[in-house]
Design a protein around this ligand. Structure first.
Ligand SMILES: Nc1ncnc2c1ncn2[C@@H]1O[C@H](COP(=O)(O)OP(=O)(O)OP(=O)(O)O)[C@@H](O)[C@H]1O
Ligand SMILES: [Mg+2]
Length: 248
């Protein structure tokens, strides 16, 4: 068994004493592995991700990164929010550099890292554009770039591709697999799409219930290759996840 990168222990979240959204969730993700999370709308997926990112405190339980308890946001963890969280009044370049500026990364290193990531994600020529003038897929790539430029070891994504057409979506999924491979990233992705969950996840965690808990963790040993979408094993795991989701 590999090293545990991200661990949730007995995570529970209440927004008010009577409103328990998440109850007693425990799981872990090994370094360099990818977990995908699927579950009905409103069940608590974003709430869970915020706690993993250190942006929201659990009512009970804890989150550990490499064995250390998460008590707030850290530069090791990158997060892409459900609505991307791009700043509309900043250009592509400004959005990409934002995190580095906050962290006081030296200017010439900011420039170099921003240029690299912009090239990698195919956003050259858009440096001075504003998010509102970009397509959904371009905005999506910008959000990914803004997280990756900080060189996180854990990347959390909340429905990153939900607004995209199938081809753009699959291209970005491929990019993500590539980045993960190159950087040894540990990933947690929330998605509504069974196919996306099975393409991106080494394991698929199915959530459900009120309060929300883990209903199933489906192993997916064949995942990771670009050709997996047309692999028989892919379809078999999709069927298994569908059964788990429909059984909620
Ligand atoms: N700050 C808050 N105060 C009170 N209730 C909240 C708060 N944030 C979320 N909730 C409630 O918690 C539940 C889970 O919300 P959450 O956003 O985590 O769902 P989700 O699974 O991400 O849904 P979706 O798939 O639609 O994005 C919802 O019922 C929501 O109304
Ligand atoms: Mg959500």
């Amino acid at each position: 068994m590999g090293e545990r990168m991200l661990t949730a222990e007995g995570l529970t979240k209440e927004f008010a004493p009577e409103i328990r959204v998440i109850e007693d969730m425990s799981f872990s993700v090994e370094r360099g592995r990818s977990l995908t999370i699927i579950g009905p709308s409103g069940c608590g997926k974003s709430t869970l991700l915020y706690m993993l990112a250190g942006l929201s405190r659990p009512t009970a339980g804890k989150v550990l990164i490499e064995g250390r308890e998460v008590k707030g946001p850290s530069r090791e963890v990158g997060m892409i929010l459900q609505d991307f969280g791009l700043l509309p009044w900043k250009t592509v370049w400004g959005n990409i550099c934002l995190g580095m500026r906050i962290r006081n990364v030296p200017k010439d290193e900011q420039d170099r890292r921003a240029r690299d990531i912009i090239r990698y994600l195919g956003l050259e020529g858009h440096e001075d554009d504003y998010p509102s003038r970009m397509s959904g897929g371009e905005r999506q790539r910008l959000a990914i770039g803004r997280a990756l430029v900080m060189d996180p070891s854990v990347l959390l994504m909340d429905e990153p591709f939900s607004s995209l057409d199938t081809l753009t979506r699959e291209r970005l999924q491929n990019t993500l697999l590539e980045v993960r491979e190159q950087k040894g990233l540990t990933m947690v992705t929330v998605t509504h799409s069974i196919e996306e969950a099975v393409f991106l996840g080494d394991e698929i965690m199915v959530l459900g219930g009120r309060p929300c808990g883990i209903r199933a963790i489906v192993p997916n040993p064949g995942a990771g290759g670009m050709g997996y979408r047309s692999d028989e094993r892919f379809f078999a795991v999709c069927r298994e996840v569908r059964r788990a989701v429909e059984g909620l």
